[in-house]
Design a protein around this ligand. Sequence first.
Ligand code: ADP
Ligand code: MG
Length: 163
Amino acid sequence: PIEPWYIGGPVIKGFGRGSKVLGIPTVGNSIAYIHGLDEGMEANLSTEGYSTVLSDQPSGVYFGWAALSTRGIYKMVMSIGWNPYFNNPEKTIEPWLLHDFDDDFYGEDLHLAIVGYIRPEANFPSLESLIEKIYEDRRIAETALELPLYSKCREDPYLKSSL
Ligand code: ADP
Ligand code: MG
């Protein structure tokens, strides 16, 4: 059985780079709370607690389900890491919700259930090759999330609790 891990918090502004440079919006640095894996308990850790958990989490590309408080539950693919192409000074979590929204959703509460891992972080020789890889990650996430093993995680109480 899959044991998701959970993060959540209000969506805040990131580097303002996803949409502009990549054409791919990614919720930036929004994750303020880590939620306990057991019994749906919510352990709202401080930002320090959060960065410890974040630093323990291997860099790379993950997938799972995202619940946006006022909108619903969506497939999600996200990168954790330093984004070598952009030389970030900080390790970040950048979830991309696999849905076309008409507008931004800054300020809304976002809950993520992360269920699987696609690949380690990598550097790319060009922006085009980076973007191509991100779309390949998206296809992998979309297909995997249809598998019964992962699709049933959509019913996770932690996601429902934010709606
Ligand atoms: P930021 O620097 O704030 O991360 P981006 O250009 O990466 O800026 O855009 C991210 C913002 O775009 C999100 O915070 C959200 O409000 C909005 N957005 C719209 N559609 C999506 C989507 N499909 N996935 C993630 N964010 C989206
Ligand atoms: Mg972003």
